[in-house]
Design a protein around this ligand. Sequence first.
Ligand SMILES: NC(=O)c1ccc[n+]([C@@H]2O[C@H](COP(=O)([O-])OP(=O)(O)OC[C@H]3O[C@@H](n4cnc5c(N)ncnc54)[C@H](O)[C@@H]3O)[C@@H](O)[C@H]2O)c1
Length: 358
Amino acid sequence: MMEASGFKRSILITGGAGFIGSHVVRRFVKQYPHYLVVNFDALTYAGNLENLTDLEHAPNYRFVCGDIANLQEVRSAFEAWRISDVVHLAAESHVDRSIADPTAFVRTNVMGTLNLLLCARDSWNDSTAHRFFHVSTDEVFGSLGQEGYFIESSPYDPRSPYSASKAGADHLVRAFFHTYGLPIVISNCSNNYGPNQFPEKLIPLIINNLLEGRDLPVYGKGLNVRDWLWVMDHAAAIDLLFHRAAPGSSYNIGGNCEMSNIALVRLLCRLVDEKFGKTPGASEHKITFVADRPGHDHRYAIDTSKIFADFGWKPTVPLEEGLRQTIEWYVNHRDWLQNVCSGAYREYYRNHYDSKSG
Ligand SMILES: NC(=O)c1ccc[n+]([C@@H]2O[C@H](COP(=O)([O-])OP(=O)(O)OC[C@H]3O[C@@H](n4cnc5c(N)ncnc54)[C@H](O)[C@@H]3O)[C@@H](O)[C@H]2O)c1
């Protein structure tokens, strides 16, 4: 308990071993040496401590292996580390898995969020001294046609078990603001990409398959449209909103960069061909159209004018540049990719980290 006392804030970041969480943890540990960052993560298949090897000896970083769906584990962490703030990213995050097993999504995304809210409500007396930051998705707003954008007040209309569970969590978070005065902030973000993303998601899946010479599966005709954001831009936006957004507020975050899945896969093919000096078009013949995902939302697009108007935030990395950097990262981290594909990454906690666990 003493360890938390020398720090200005003691922030519980949930899901910090995952894709976006690892970038948020790194940013907070490096930018704010006077904050203690407690990474609370259950290390599901999506959690990978190899994402954070550079932080293992940072004096203001701790890892706790814990499950947000277990109230006692969350309570113990709040007490042991005198948690003053939460940045909540832990989730089951893959739509296809939610179609196969919705229960796990309700357990983690809804019950887990409720447990965090209960512990924050019970531990925090002065609402002005704390922040509960909930990281959500634009998928809670449903699916758009060819026109229009989601704004913060767009009605919720989730279509997949994943987005329904995230919508349930968002509603609980807002309810705790209105009912108990908990100082919450919610962000709803579009699709992220960049280093450390598990290769079940579209961009790393395609990059991995390109590197391995495998087919490139694309759902339906590939006409579904997504907005893409460089993950470190998302981490910067979370940092900004965590510190400056008003309690009870919510913000959309996005890349202002819409693209159909097929155009994105073709772009990745071109960038990989260029990198390896292949004939233009060499990789595209590997594109294979596969049966569409059930209930596949047609288009997500997000209006980010509120965060720009209030704080001047806008994305800094154009998609093509970000994709080049992402390809470069996966090429230079073939061991990371191989460990993920073989499952070896799951041994990392046992082999290297056990003694640092809180
Ligand atoms: N990836 C995106 O494009 C995107 C876009 C918008 C919002 N989000 C949201 O951002 C957050 C992070 O997404 P991501 O893509 O980094 O996810 P991810 O799947 O890469 O990581 C999730 C992390 O949460 C951990 N976790 C899962 N269940 C847990 C539990 N019960 N207790 C504790 N930890 C648990 C996992 O071990 C993993 O480290 C999620 O809340 C997601 O809904 C993601």
